[in-house]
Write a protein that binds this ligand. Structure first.
Ligand code: ZN
Length: 189
């Protein structure tokens, strides 16, 4: 049932119960919590990192749950060269690519939680602040913080709750590729 139809149905139900002299104290929320099934079969070196990143997001947010290998909302790949990036197809759906060379320079867990952050609706925010997850590589290779800030986590929760404005949602939930979050270092030799 799409949300418009659902709203109409809820309205009809409210009218019916009002007619009966009843009240609906807590009508069903517009959107139920989403289970995001991630699959690490194409990223064998980073399966445990992905599990850690999923726990971080699950602990920091509401209205969504990242669960391993129950489906393929989110496919995680490991690649060599070209840079880590995320390809969001819609909110909670897409692909994350972890560049093994970058993961040897930057914290692989920070890369993983950052790239998943794009799938969860967050844009890049290259302000150099290590406390901001979506600052990515702008905070330098010494920054290993894998945790979203409260502001970042709350935005994700709001997106999945469906409580943001239509404009805000549109810019955060559409198909988009997020590249070049981790500046390359000069290679040695
Ligand atoms: Zn990014």
């Amino acid at each position: 049932m799409n949300s418009r139809v659902k709203r109409l149905a809820v309205a009809a139900l409210a009218t019916a119960t009002a007619t009966l002299g009843l009240t609906v104290a807590n009508p069903a929320p517009a959107s139920a919590a989403m289970t995001i099934c991630y699959n690490t079969s194409q990223a064998p070196s980073y399966a445990s990192i992905a599990n850690q990143a999923a726990s971080i997001w699950n602990n920091a947010t509401t209205n969504l749950t990242l669960t391993a290998n129950c489906g393929t909302n989110l496919r995680i790949y490991q690649i060599t060269g070209g840079g880590s990036y995320a390809q969001r197809t819609s909110l909670g759906n897409g692909r994350v690519y972890i560049d093994t060379q970058q993961a040897a320079q930057y914290s692989p867990l920070r890369i993983m939680t950052h790239e998943i952050g794009h799938i969860l609706g967050l844009p890049d925010n290259y302000n150099g602040n290590c406390a901001i997850l979506m600052s990515g590589g702008s905070a330098g290779t010494s920054c290993t913080n894998p945790y979203p800030s409260t502001t970042e986590a709350n935005r994700v929760s709001s997106l999945f709750a469906g409580t943001l404005s239509a404009n805000d949602r549109r810019s955060s939930t559409g198909s988009q590729v997020f590249k070049d979050s981790w500046p390359g270092l000069l290679s040695v030799g």
